[in-house]
Design a protein around this ligand. Structure first.
Ligand code: PEP
Ligand code: MG
Length: 542
């Protein structure tokens, strides 16, 4: 038995087999080889294996998600079969006397670069595929599993997980997440909470854990490999207690979100996909306060069409049966990257070309999404929210674009909702400081405390080394929250919190006293926050 410490991201206990996912993020090593013919043969065998894997994945995907969505695996297999790619690998092996892994990485980078510089949009989209397939061959060469699919529920252990990888996981088959990298406010951590899955970060991981029995004790922050019988029994008992506590919380279903002294507050849920709607309803969420629409754009190779998006938004709106569904427009960039967008690597991605900045630059992307949203608004109670706002000019510009989209749809005889509320996220210090001005322009504010904290404290929310410094309870943040809430109300906007801090039950009473109208939390936190609200005093006597 071995024990490792980590930081708890989502509490709980998981017991099961480890599935080591991906590989440690190391640059591919370059080393000299004597026998270049043997090295090329090694490449050919790995390539053939990768093609076989892709064909298998394709057949499975056709069953699960249909031919159209499965086609990508066929495209990847075809790209791998291309002789030009094999020739490029062979050339590097033979001219430099180097290993296959390195030669594949070089060929992958060169082909990706070549594709990304082409005029044709289709070919530009293939750049990401080239990287993907070269990575797949390298993984076969180095004997590492890249499969996301597994038959039985497992504990996912990885060096790091990208949001795009996490969204592809079959939630039913994941018992827990354990990673070495990552931070508590990264989107992967947020996804773990949304998925209601125990998670630890900062655990030293090793590929050798694959297939071994383990316990994730996400109460005490311990990852226990090959536990002895006594530890196993003790943890089973903790898990049973957890299940009991969860069952007790169920009694709060159907109860109001009201403080002891009568203040009511809306308690909504944060989601990342249609699949999360079930857990919002199961946890008695009165609405959706943040649908991170960018997850529709991740884990794929092309932009989602208006029609595809419309179907998603309509399904969520209908699934929520007339309850409010606040959909945030595309917030891509920083840690959420879609290679097909061809965005440049940036020095400071969190301060870079992301979210509304991308939308206001690429009007096609923005209007396609808005059209889908307004069309879907005819099927439920949709509200639209814009991320990363910093100025009044941005808000005015957005309203102008949105008004044009609405007018175009209406004049084409396409139905839209009666009054679709429009709100903004307050998550930059600039927006917080001018929130009195912005409040007059919108129906609501939703405070993104994850970003507001990182920008106010000048601390990268992704940086694991800053975990000890990143303090969302900092007096500066609490003062800003109160100021934004008051400014919103004065300007006629309702105000909520959709950042992770909204679910911090040590602050629930403070939020009630500050006067917030809404908290939006991961579905699994709805009932714990409701419990806290019902034990709080909103109007304390001085
Ligand atoms: C936030 O910044 O608090 C927020 C809710 O948005 P995201 O975490 O997706 O950046
Ligand atoms: Mg944010």
């Amino acid at each position: 038995m071995e024990k490792f410490n980590g930081k708890v991201i989502f509490k709980g206990v998981a017991i099961g087999k480890v599935h080591f996912y991906g590989k440690k993020e190391e640059t591919v090593k370059r080393y000299k080889v004597e026998d270049t013919a043997a090295e090329f043969a090694r490449f050919e065998a790995a390539r053939d294996q990768a093609i076989e894997d892709l064909n298998k994945l394709h057949d499975e995907a056709v069953q699960k998600v249909g031919e159209e969505n499965a086609a990508i695996f066929e495209v990847h297999a075809m790209l791998l079969e291309d002789e030009d790619f094999a020739d490029a690998v062979q050339n590097t092996i033979e001219t430099q006397n180097v290993n296959a892994e390195y030669s594949v990485a070089v060929a992958g980078d060169n082909f990706a670069k070549m594709f990304s510089e082409m005029d044709d949009e289709y070919f530009r989209g293939r750049a990401a595929d080239m990287k993907d397939i070269s990575e797949r061959v390298i993984q076969v060469l180095s004997g590492v599993s890249s499969d996301i699919a597994f038959d039985e529920p497992v504990i996912i252990v990885a060096d790091d997980l990208l949001p795009s990888q996490t969204v592809q996981l079959d939630k039913e088959k994941v018992l827990a997440f354990v990673t070495e990298k990552g931070s508590s406010n990264s989107h992967t951590a947020i996804l773990a909470r949304t998925m209601n899955i125990p998670a630890l970060i900062g655990v030293p991981v090793n590929q050798d854990y694959d297939g071994k029995m383990a316990i994730v004790d996400a109460h005490n922050g311990e990852f226990i490999l090959e536990p002895d019988e006594e530890t196993l029994e003790a943890q089973k008992a903790v898990k049973a207690k957890d299940d009991e506590a969860r069952a007790l919380l169920q009694q709060l279903k159907g109860k109001e979100n009201v403080s002891k002294d009568g203040k009511k507050i809306n308690l909504y849920a944060n989601i990342g996909s249609v699949a999360d709607v079930g857990s919002v309803l199961a946890n008695d969420g009165a609405g959706i306060g943040l649908f991170r629409s960018e997850f529709i754009y991740l884990g794929r190779d092309t932009l989602p069409t208006e029609e595809e998006q419309f179907e998603v938004y309509k399904t969520v709106a209908e699934g929520m049966g007339g309850k409010k569904v606040i959909i945030r427009t595309l917030d891509i960039g920083a840690d959420k990257q879609a290679d097909y967008l061809g965005l440049d690597k940036e020095e400071n991605p969190a301060l870079g070309f992301r979210a509304i900045r991308i939308c206001l630059t690429n009007m096609d992307i923005f209007t396609t999404q808005l059209r889908a949203l307004y069309r879907a608004s005819a099927f439920g109670n949709i509200a639209i929210m814009y991320p990363m706002i910093t100025s009044l000019e941005e808000v005015r510009k957005i309203k102008e674009i949105s008004a044009k989209v609405q007018a175009d749809l209406t004049s084409a005889g396409i139905a839209i909702g009666n009054h679709v509320e429009q709100g903004i996220m307050i998550e930059t210090p600039a927006a917080a400081v001018i929130s009195d001005i912005l409040a007059k322009e919108v129906d609501f504010f939703s405070i993104g405390t994850n970003d507001l904290t990182q920008y106010t404290l000048a601390m990268d929310r992704q940086n694991a080394k800053l975990e000890a410094f990143y303090n969302p309870h900092h007096e500066a943040i609490l003062r800003l929250l109160k100021m934004i809430c008051d400014n919103g109300h004065k300007g006629g906007a309702w105000v909520g919190i959709c950042g992770e801090l909204g679910a911090d039950t040590t602050l629930t009473e403070t939020f009630l006293q500050m006067g917030f109208d809404e908290l939006s939390v991961s579905p699994s936190m709805i009932l714990p926050v409701r419990k806290q609200i019902r034990e709080s005093i909103a109007y304390p006597e001085d």
